[in-house]
Design a protein around this ligand. Structure first.
Ligand SMILES: [Zn+2]
Length: 117
């Protein structure tokens, strides 16, 4: 993901606390967060992580763009809904995986590790 440009905007949203637009062709993404809606920093970080996972899973989004273009008028609202449904399940599965793993402790032991090199 190092070669992606990910822009994060904080603004009021009508029907979500966060969302993301992925433009895989250009390796760009725009995440919007409605920071007024978060009671805690933790909830904001969770939402940011959720939207970043959508970017990480850009291939599924790209598949949707391809299928929509391929099917043209035959792609309908139900297809949009199903694409969103499965996209959210993918992200949810990764969130569960990450929550189960916890965060790796990389900080304090790094100088000691470097001595072995
Ligand atoms: Zn989502």
């Amino acid at each position: 993901m190092e070669d992606w440009a990910i822009k994060i905007d904080c603004q009021r949203l009508d029907d979500a606390v966060g969302d993301v637009y992925v433009h895989a062709d250009y390796k760009r993404a725009r995440i919007r967060l409605d920071i007024e809606e978060f009671d805690t920093d933790e909830k904001m970080v969770q939402t940011l992580r959720h939207e970043l996972l959508h970017v990480f899973l850009w291939t599924f989004d790209a598949w949707g763009v391809y299928a929509k273009a391929k099917l043209g008028e035959r792609w309908g609202q139900e297809d949009d809904a199903m694409h969103t449904f499965f996209s959210e399940r993918q992200v949810g599965a990764l969130e569960a995986l990450l929550d189960g793993m916890g965060l790796p402790d990389l900080g304090l032991d790094m100088p000691e590790l470097l001595e072995y090199n």
